[in-house]
Design a binder for this molecule. Structure first.
Ligand code: PGA
Length: 265
């Protein structure tokens, strides 16, 4: 059975003391659970202090970004090599990296490879924009992002990876994460199937069965159950809702409950 993964993407929010306080609040509300992984992706600045504070039986850390070359004269950058003992996961190819910072497909491919080389598991984000959706290009865009992002990987490496489907049109852009066009569970299920099918064609049935696929885009405590019950979906990548400890711990509790039901079934 694939383990459920809940990843809080804190984006460019919270300084060190605010991040520490949020972690403290989450620690009070979240129990140790073997079958659900809870991952926090704070800003790079606070990864180090949080890594000291964190209860590793409950939480793992992810970086929101890093540079694809291990070391060198790259002013302002931090490499995956520097982060390898701090984080388990790296969010790569987030739509804000693709569209705000103009990260192209080949850079994202190189970042995935750099993460894997440094024993950090990539969470490769893919998703179409509203314009691409309206133009009927969703499958083409997703296919290109998945195929190019994974192109240097072996089947065994792909099997361990995480892919997050985040339709750009469903992502909130601030603390108000409720006002957005919402992806329906049916849409999400169709895309998860399509991604697994692509992976099966390229890397075989075992990789397709093992790779975990998350949904992200205005997910919260209220809709978590619907998305987590969607066939082919193994977890969530909330942004706005991950900054609110009631919301985030509610999502984690929903994941616990569903996983327990699955195990008992
Ligand atoms: P959102 O962000 O949950 O605030 O829509 C998700 C993301 O961008 O990862």
């Amino acid at each position: 059975m694939r383990k459920i993964l809940i990843v809080g993407n804190w984006k460019m929010h919270l300084n060190a003391s605010q991040a520490s306080l949020l972690l403290h609040r989450l620690h009070e509300r979240i129990k140790i659970h073997r079958d659900v992984e809870v991952v926090l992706a704070p800003s790079m600045l606070v990864l180090q202090p949080l890594s000291v504070q964190i209860d590793r039986r409950k939480f793992r850390l992810a970086t929101q970004n890093a540079f694809h070359i291990d070391e060198g004269a790259y002013t302002g950058e931090v490499s995956f090599t520097m982060l390898r003992d701090l984080v388990h996961y790296a969010i790569i190819g987030h739509s804000e990296r693709r569209h705000v910072f103009g990260e192209p497909l080949d850079l994202i491919r190189d970042k995935v490879a750099a993460a894997v080389r440094n024993e950090i598991t990539p969470i490769l984000c893919v998703g179409e924009t509203k314009t691409e959706k309206v133009a009927g290009e969703t499958e083409k865009v997703l296919h290109d992002q998945v195929v190019s992002g994974l192109s240097n990987m072996t089947a065994r490496e792909v099997a361990k990876m995480v892919i997050a489907y985040e339709p750009v049109w469903a992502i909130s852009s601030g603390s108000n994460y409720a006002h957005h066009e919402i992806a329906t569970p049916e849409q999400v299920e169709r895309v998860a199937k399509f991604i697994r099918h692509n992976i099966e064609e390229l890397y075989g049935p075992k990789a397709a069965k093992m790779v975990r696929i998350l949904y992200g885009g205005s997910s919260n405590a209220e809709n978590a159950k619907a998305y987590l019950s969607t066939p082919g979906i193994d977890g969530l990548l909330p942004g706005g809702a991950s900054l609110n400890y009631h919301e985030f711990s509610g999502m984690v509790r929903t994941a616990y409950r569903l996983q327990r039901e699955r195990i008992e079934a």
